[in-house]
Design a protein around this ligand. Structure first.
Ligand code: GLV
Ligand code: MN
Ligand code: MN
Length: 405
């Protein structure tokens, strides 16, 4: 299978030193990888088109191309200092599955389409699944064009410079565009490996939400301002972060998770009292009500810090999404594909989000998970074995063949 050398080549388009991978959307490495990927698709005899935000569609035309298509794909952007399998296995695995079907002489009735989503990761614009949200029509397109990257540059300008022009409302897919969409992905958790199961079939995707807090106190001299007089913005931030952790643990449910992954302290000097802090929280659960109870605890902690520490706090919701339920027919197709290929499987929940979460708003979706070493992901030592990748590709090919008939 060519996928193994292609995964290595793709990992080389990176702004980090090996084995880390950094590929920020519309950055130089991402654009080079994108061009390379399009050439691979053209080489495989697929027709390539791009939309106004850079979502890239590579189509194998079916004998009845007017029918709703069968889709597969994922993303190639990678968070800073991550690994080489997150997203990429679904993109290059989709291509490998299509090449394998072509090699057997298979002729699809429905067109089969490989989709590369733009900006699944929230690194640059603070919101994940940008491309798939626009495909599903769940974002206000004018507001999306005004999304600023970490340097304050709007999406409108960045995508134009990257060569993706046209209005964002053209990105939304028409109703019934996909007959079904299957995303291949590494599990990003430890269950398949622990249970010695070859593949996971995803039945639902957990509901993600994220928030940006700006906390203002009062700066001053770290030696001269006495403790009773202080309004230290970082200490208010620290108490809020701990309160969120407690609330997430207190649900008692293994599926509740909360992370404070961004903490920027201003002015950020050892001998200055922090006057301002930016925090970002990521809170998720398979159960929306339980997740929202943690969000309420975050709001309550902000109120307490306003009163206790005299902090001024602004809380901005970056996203608050519903969970996705995968399509029972697609789940059956994947079960059959596993049986046809002699692979064991278990049904599972995806605690990570994926572009399939948003495609589920407009199409039947399911996902196929392959094990990853020790469940490690979003780290340079992320690893999936060639055997597991090859199982995933064969089962995906079988599922695409079933769905396209
Ligand atoms: C996707 O990368 C996620 O954070 O779930
Ligand atoms: Mn990721
Ligand atoms: Mn991913």
């Amino acid at each position: 299978m060519k996928i193994f050398s292609e995964l290595e080549t793709l990992a080389g388009f990176s702004g980090a030193s090996k084995p880390g991978v950094t590929r920020v959307v519309f950055g130089q490495s991402d654009m080079e990888a994108h061009t390379w990927f399009k050439l691979l698709c053209i080489g495989a005899g697929l027709e390539v088109r791009e939309d106004a935000v850079g979502n890239t569609f590579a189509t194998w035309k079916g004998s009845e191309p007017q029918l709703a298509r069968v889709g597969t794909g994922s993303h190639i952007d990678a968070i800073p200092h991550s690994g080489k399998y997150d997203g990429t296995v679904g993109v290059l695995g989709g291509l490998e599955a299509i090449r394998a079907l072509k090699a057997t002489g298979f002729r699809p009735r429905r067109s089969i389409e490989l989709l590369l989503f733009t900006s699944e990761e929230p690194t640059r614009f603070g919101i994940g699944c940008l491309g798939s949200r626009l495909l599903a029509g769940v974002l206000d397109t004018d507001a999306a064009d005004r999304f600023e990257d970490t340097e304050g540059k709007p999406l409108a300008e960045i995508r134009e410079q990257a060569g993706f022009s046209g209005t964002l409302d053209t990105v939304k897919l028409p109703p019934g565009y996909y007959h079904g969409f299957v995303e291949l992905h590494i599990e990003q958790g430890p269950l398949l490996e622990r249970d010695r199961v070859q593949l996971g079939i995803v039945t639902s995707i957990a509901a993600p939400s994220s928030f940006r807090l700006t906390i203002e106190g009062e700066g001053g001299h770290a030696g001269a301002v006495l403790m009773p007089q202080r309004r230290d913005a970082f200490l208010a931030a620290a108490e809020i972060a701990l309160a969120v952790e407690s609330a997430a643990r207190a649900t008692g449910a293994i599926d509740t998770v909360a992370t404070c992954g961004v903490c920027e302290v201003f002015p950020g000097v050892i001998n200055g009292i922090p006057s301002r802090v930016k925090l970002e929280f990521d809170i998720r659960d398979t159960d929306t009500q339980r997740r929202d109870a943690v969000v309420k605890a975050l709001e309550a902690a902000c109120n307490r810090m306003r009163a206790k520490r005299g902090a001024t706090i602004q809380m901005h919701t970056l996203n608050s999404d519903a969970p996705a339920t995968c399509d029972p027919t697609l789940i059956d197709v994947l079960k059959r594909a596993c049986e046809n290929e002699g692979c064991s499987y278990s049904l599972m929940v995806s605690r990570a989000y994926h572009d399939s979460l948003f495609l589920s708003r407009i199409a039947p979706v399911s996902m196929l998970f392959i094990p990853c070493n020790a469940g490690v992901s979003h780290r340079p030592d992320e690893y999936a074995s060639p055997q597991d990748i090859s199982n995933g590709v064969r089962v995906l090919a079988d599922a695409l063949a079933q769905l396209s008939q």
